[in-house]
Design a protein around this ligand. Structure first.
Ligand code: FE
Ligand code: FE
Ligand code: ZN
Length: 290
């Protein structure tokens, strides 16, 4: 299984990310190139990138499984303020360039929030923005994340994701990231994941799934909340999440944990262990804090 978690880019950039992933016994990871809620980004130190790549090789981590996540401040769906929308487009372009410098092939993107626009207009705004960002030279694939339906989010069902994909000019440069918490909160029965995959396969195609965010949810199916829980500590539950993680139809898709920290400590070493051993950890907090 290709499994890892969100890691912090921090002072050491990609090199620090690799070190954290190794400490969690992960064989992949996901990172933001800076704080997810702002646009302050420091220049990439190519010497550190070379060191990071060496460390990846030494630990048999395939760089093609590593995922970047675009910051939340990017919103392509709303164009009420054209300059704010253009800022999102430009910032996403820069993020793709940063990924290219880092040697990372995938970046997850939230399709955006409609705010005061109709869903039809939001769709046009998203596709217009993506078609401005993606051209024939683009080397990094954008992965649209399935959203919970909190507020006015777009991309909250298979049809909305399909609508975006259908309107992208360079279709081989866009894919999908499934998030188990978001799917649950959007109304998908995760205990029947194969039924969801059947629908996805029919409407979009499973070859488009390039990443899976493996999270439990604090809220019931269809709640439209988007609050992540630790593995086995939410409404989806351990057995269902294990079934999803080991589903043969998404075997080669990287699984990324975005579960909450416990009192400022990352739980990922223990959560990855529980998933690899298929054994629920009922004393996760004690383990993490010890
Ligand atoms: Fe996300
Ligand atoms: Fe996610
Ligand atoms: Zn989420």
């Amino acid at each position: 299984m290709i499994i890892g978690s969100h890691v912090n880019y921090g002072k050491e950039g990609l090199l620090g990310c690799v070190k954290q992933a190794i400490s969690y016994n992960a064989n992949t990871f996901m990172f933001y190139t800076g704080a997810p809620q702002n646009s302050i980004r420091k220049a990439i130190d190519m010497q550190d990138v070379a060191k990071a790549h060496n460390l990846l090789k030494e630990n048999n981590i395939n760089i093609d499984t590593i995922i970047c996540h675009a910051p939340y401040i990017i919103n392509l769906a709303n164009k009420a303020k054209p300059e704010a929308w253009q800022f999102s487009v430009n910032f996403l372009k820069e993020e793709l360039k940063r990924c290219e410098l880092l040697g990372v092939s995938y970046i997850v993107l939230h399709p955006g929030s409609c705010v005061n626009e109709t869903r039809e207009n939001a769709l046009q705004n998203i596709c217009g923005g993506l078609n401005e960002v993606i051209d024939s030279e683009t080397k990094v694939m954008i992965l649209l994340e399935t959203m919970a339906g909190k507020g006015t989010e777009y991309g909250i069902n298979t049809n909305e994701i399909k609508q975006i994909l259908n309107n992208i000019i360079y279709k081989n440069k866009i894919g999908v990231c499934l998030d188990t918490c978001h799917l649950n909160d959007s109304g998908v029965d995760m205990s029947n994941f194969d039924i969801y995959l059947d629908e996805f396969a029919k409407e979009i195609g499973l070859d488009k799934v390039k990443c899976l965010h493996l999270n439990d949810s604090l809220n019931p199916m269809g709640s439209h909340k988007d609050r992540h829980a630790n593995i086995g500590y939410g409404t989806i539950g351990f057995d269902t999440l294990i079934n999803i993680a080991y589903n043969p139809r998404i075997k080669d898709v990287p699984k990324i944990l975005e579960t909450p920290y416990i009192e400022d400590h990352a739980p990922y070493y223990y959560e990855i262990k529980a998933i690899l051993e298929k054994k629920f950890n009922d004393h996760l907090k004690e383990d993490v804090l010890k």
